[in-house]
Ligand binder design. Structure first.
Ligand code: AMP
Ligand code: MG
Length: 477
């Protein structure tokens, strides 16, 4: 543990003072930046150990070993075309007006090897992927033989099917150079070669390479288990009847989905009531097998925000005010867990958009670090950003960096523009659900006016909004 999250700035001790007046709200003096909060959070996490994992469960994970091929791929020289394996010498000078005729001595499908030696004047009918018969060094595709010649009565190609019986002779219409249509042994991989390095993120092509050298398991950094805990007397789980004063717990589900999207395994805990006992019990449950505990709500200054009290009793914790909106109060610390483990804890704000935004900016990086994705690229958690023209005003009301929910699109010339997806209050999840990007209004700007450029973080380019909101959607930032 290189970082002490309880060190300055300890926002529990903050004195709130009016740093700005007028339209700006009251902000504490010692807020920390998004970058500083992320750096301090990341210091506490380690890359998780490597575990042998079945190949088809490794997508998106990071190799914890170098992979050295035990086999040569392809193992034998083989044909890249359906045709006739020949001795190139036998075809020298062949042309449509001067064809050669070779004696067909066998037929070879992919998966078999030819038993025998091909001598001068002989050929073997051969299918793509079949190893070259001994003695041959080139393949003449069917297209360059009389197999494609419908005028010859003995054509064996009928109704899209090649007949299984080889014919006695074949007419070769084109000269084949040595090696023509032959895939050489080891053309892809030589036995003993390192094909993938530790730290590589496994995607479809990497899985293909691993399978091609015969591996059914590989050592990857395991996925972090992230316990997700919603706190608050007002919360009901979806599916229950809504009663006066209550709301449905959105955070457990949106956060669990983010955990999954970032590569972790979410474990949703039962809602904790706002009592020290209930919260302590839930947290203990959550710590059992978690690599990270994420709580939402209870870290602001409300009377019933007991998360802070419990955190202080059960571990070490810092309460930070991060200069961002949505999402200002953040708790971060470590819990003492069974087996002498220390489990990092990220205490997110309760407002559903704030919870998601802070988890996007901090939880994603933490999960990436545990997955090993930062080993070769310390910035791998970054989303792609673009410069875009704002079509709506993006207002910064209180000197915090504002992440505005918006829809970004590119015109035919490649230029980006962004439009807000609706009201920007930190409880308004629907505008979050329509957003594929966050437009950033920096700390020191009051407004990005329509027509001005801004920086935009692209978060979900696969799911554009089904129905863009009208251009005059109210901006209640
Ligand atoms: P708190 O941080 O406890 O002051 O909560 C801030 C706001 O977020 C309140 O309006 C809560 O009702 C709301 N909130 C807290 N937790 C959740 C949750 N899990 N799902 C939806 N809203 C929540
Ligand atoms: Mg609360």
């Amino acid at each position: 543990m290189t970082n002490d999250p309880t060190s300055e700035p300890n926002l529990e001790e903050l004195t709130y003072s009016a740093t700005r007046t007028g339209t700006r709200s009251i902000l504490p003096d010692n807020m920390i930046s998004v970058e500083e909060a992320r750096a301090r959070i990341l210091e506490v996490f380690d890359v998780l150990p490597g575990v042998e994992t079945p190949l088809d469960e490794t997508q998106g994970l990071v190799l914890a070993q170098n992979v050295v091929a035990g086999v040569t791929i392809p193992p034998l020289p083989n044909t890249g075309m359906d045709g006739y394996a020949v001795r190139a010498d036998d075809t020298a000078g062949a042309a449509y007006d001067r064809p050669r005729t070779l004696r067909v001595i066998g037929y070879l499908a992919a998966g078999a090897v030819f038993d025998g030696e091909v001598r001068a004047g002989e050929a073997v009918r051969i299918m793509t992927g079949a190893p070259l018969p001994p003695g041959t060094d080139a393949v003449v595709p069917f297209e360059e033989t009389d197999e494609y010649d419908s005028s010859t009565s003995d054509s064996k190609y009928t109704q899209g099917q090649w007949q299984q019986t080889p014919r006695d002779e074949v007419r070769i219409d084109v000269e084949a150079k040595p090696g023509a249509n032959v895939r050489q042994a080891g053309e892809d991989i030589a036995a003993g070669e390192m094909v993938l390095r530790a730290g590589t993120v496994i995607g479809p092509a990497q899985i293909g390479v691993l399978a091609s050298i015969g591996l059914d398991c590989v050592r990857v950094h395991r996925r972090p288990v992230v316990a997700v805990l919603s706190t608050g007397d007002e919360l009901l789980r979806p599916g229950q009847p809504l009663t006066p004063g209550k709301i449905y717990d959105a955070n457990a589900f949106s956060l669990a989905a983010q955990v999954r999207a970032f590569g972790g395994v979410p474990r949703i805990l039962d809602v904790a009531l706002d009592t020290i006992e209930a919260l302590t019990a839930r947290i203990h449950e959550g710590l059992a097998d978690a690599d990270l505990l994420v709580t939402s709500a209870g870290v602001s200054r409300g009377d019933f925000d007991v998360v802070k009290t419990v955190l202080a009793a059960e571990g070490r914790v810092g309460f930070w005010t991060v200069r961002m909106k949505p999402g200002k109060p953040l708790a971060f610390g470590t819990f003492h867990a069974p087996q002498n483990r220390r489990v990092p804890h990220l205490g997110l704000p309760g407002n559903p958009v704030s919870a998601m935004m802070t988890f996007e900016l901090f939880g994603r990086a933490a999960i990436f670090k545990m997955l090993g994705r930062l080993v070769h690229d310390a910035e791998a958690w970054r989303r792609p950003t673009v410069r875009a023209t704002a079509l709506d005003a993006i207002r910064n009301t209180d000197g915090r960096r504002f992440y505005a929910r918006c829809h970004a699109s590119q015109d035919a010339t490649g230029r980006w523009s962004v439009r807000l997806t609706g009201p920007q209050g930190s409880g308004v999840l629907t505008s979050m659900s329509l957003a594929n990007a966050y437009a950033i209004c920096p700390e020191d700007r009051d407004v990005i006016a329509p027509g001005e450029e801004c920086e935009v973080m692209l978060v979900d380019r696969e799911s554009p909004p089904r129905q863009p909101l009208p251009a005059d959607a109210p901006d209640r930032a």
